[in-house]
Design a protein around this ligand. Structure first.
Ligand code: ADP
Length: 488
């Protein structure tokens, strides 16, 4: 094990506040466990409201200096951070897999993706341009400048413990904001490792701070403190709504990346093999725990048998096990709570007449017993009466629904309150545009499922959230406009 991994795994980590690695005011710690084995892999301080307040103090003191640095200066620090993440990719992925469960190959890909976001925003830090507008009188000049909003609180989820941190933090720091990060309680160790590397990259003390521990208390402090001008959250729609309500008193700017209910629609003219491959890659990545993961497969009735047969035979070849074992394609679910939820969706569907085509239950064999493993599952005969059609599954269960007409499927998939991602498989160019333009989702992928790249605006509409992450749009979230009227 390298130095970084051994500093984080197996021991007691600290929070990073004002450039110091500190314990919580409570003096207590919480365990972080490996979902594949139930073993404790590390411990982090049990921070609360007082710790969040200390972190906000530090971020607030660091703001004047960091916000007035040049874009090129901020770019230098971020570039060094990206290089350090790349250099330590193996150790980051080891930490990530131990606390999160996903296969090492996925963790490595995530570590690289995390570095890509940082590198991209390092470049973008130099491009915070303003505008000049024509005045309304001969002696008037109008300038519009962009300025960092202030201290930003970043709250991240457990499904992508590295990229969710860098996608938010690199954009915020590039914009000139200072930040307080609260990672998910299940996966704080990856965040500790990333921030150790950020410290080495030369970030001024207090420009980024890390608080671990009690989410509710930290969230309340962040929302109550007027110095926090922005909250960027990724997580469940339920928690997102709590935070949106709590933000009202201080009128904070928000970015909310919440739950989804992504349809994958396969038309009869689609390349079937491609659609099957894409389903496999997306639906079973991270054991189906992905906000833009496919929730329901809508397959045209004329091809459903062929599609399901191929999907089932591919799914049956997926090896499930500890993410650290070579050749494993799918790890455990994050915890017992999520596993029970997935189980209850399948039970509900079966009770209402669905057929399990493969999988369908928790894995209880010798190598799976001590972890939260669920078999990769395909379900046929699914109807709108079943819960998994309307609710976010967040697990490795692929329900197959049939449809007859383009208009009908459009209406059905748009009926969800969510609107994050939709996937369409067809070779008809007219249909590509009709679908892409009329689907009520923030992102539409055609003949593929890849969406999260540094240069593109990732995000949803309706109850999937507001604001975007990634791209220049992601940096706009941390900037406000100031209009200056000059009268000569
Ligand atoms: P999940 O239910 O999938 O764990 P959550 O939306 O609860 O997702 O969690 C996403 C992130 O939000 C995590 O970092 C979690 O600790 C944090 N969180 C949960 N509840 C609150 C809250 N009331 N205030 C602030 N953050 C919260």
């Amino acid at each position: 094990m390298g130095e970084l991994a051994s500093a984080v795994l197996g021991g007691e980590s600290r929070m990073w506040i004002g450039g110091q690695w500190v314990e919580a005011v409570s003096g207590e710690f919480v365990d972080v466990t490996d979902p594949a084995t139930g073993e404790v892999v590390g411990r982090v301080p049990k921070g609360g409201g007082k710790d969040a307040a200390r972190a906000i103090d530090a971020a607030s003191s660091a703001f004047p200096g960091w916000s007035r640095s040049t874009g090129a200066e901020r770019a230098e620090v971020l570039k060094r951070w990206a290089e350090a993440i790349r250099k330590h990719r193996e150790e980051i992925s080891e930490i990530l897999t131990r606390e999160q469960g996903k296969p090492l190959a996925e963790s490595l890909e995530e570590a690289d993706g995390a570095a890509d976001f940082v590198e991209w925003y390092a470049e973008e830090a130099k491009r915070i341009y303003g505008e000049t507008l024509p005045g309304s009188r001969g002696n008037q000049r109008i300038l519009v400048i962009r300025q960092p909003v202030g201290v930003a609180a970043l709250i991240t989820p457990w499904n992508y413990p590295a990229t969710m941190v860098t996608r938010k933090m690199a954009a915020a720091l590039a914009a000139g904001c200072t930040v307080v990060l609260k990672p998910a309680s299940q996966t704080p160790l990856t965040a500790v490792a990333l921030l150790k590397l950020l410290e080495e990259a030369g970030l001024p003390p207090g420009a980024a701070n890390l608080v671990t521990g009690e989410a509710g208390a930290i969230g309340r402090e962040v929302m109550a403190d007027p110095r926090v001008r922005k909250v960027s959250f990724t997580g469940s729609t339920e928690t997102g709504k709590v935070l949106i309500r709590a933000s009202a008193d201080r009128v904070k700017r928000l970015s909310m990346e919440l739950g989804g209910n992504a349809p994958l629609i396969v038309f009869p003219d689609a390349e079937l093999e491609r659609a099957v491959e894409a389903t496999l890659g997306n639906k079973f990545e991270n054991a189906g725990q992905m906000c833009n993961g496919i929730n329901v497969l809508y397959v045209h009735e004329s091809i459903v048998d062929r599609f399901s047969e191929r999907l089932v035979s591919s799914v049956e070849r997926l090896r499930v096990g500890r993410g650290t074992e070579p050749g494993v394609r799918m790890g455990p679910l994050i915890d017992e709570r999520n596993l029970r939820k997935v189980e209850s969706f399948v039970e509900d569907a079966v009770r209402k007449g669905a057929r399990v085509l493969t999988g369908g239950s928790r894995l209880t064999g010798e190598s799976h017993r001590s972890g939260t493993f669920f078999a990769p599952t395909v379900i046929g005969g699914v109807t709108p009466a079943m819960r998994l059609v309307h609710e976010e599954i967040f697990g490795p269960v692929a329900p197959v629904v049939t449809f007859r007409e383009e208009g009908e499927v459009m209406e059905r998939v748009n009926a969800t309150p969510y609107g994050l991602a939709a996937y369409v498989f067809t070779r008809d160019v007219g249909r590509v545009f009709r679908m892409a333009e009329n689907l009520e989702f923030g992102m539409v992928a055609v003949n593929g499922t890849s969406l999260s790249v540094p240069q593109a605006p990732f995000g949803g509409i309706k109850e999937s959230g507001q604001g975007r992450e990634g791209g220049r749009h992601g940096m706009e979230e941390f900037l406000h406009l100031k209009y200056i009227s000059l009268n000569l």
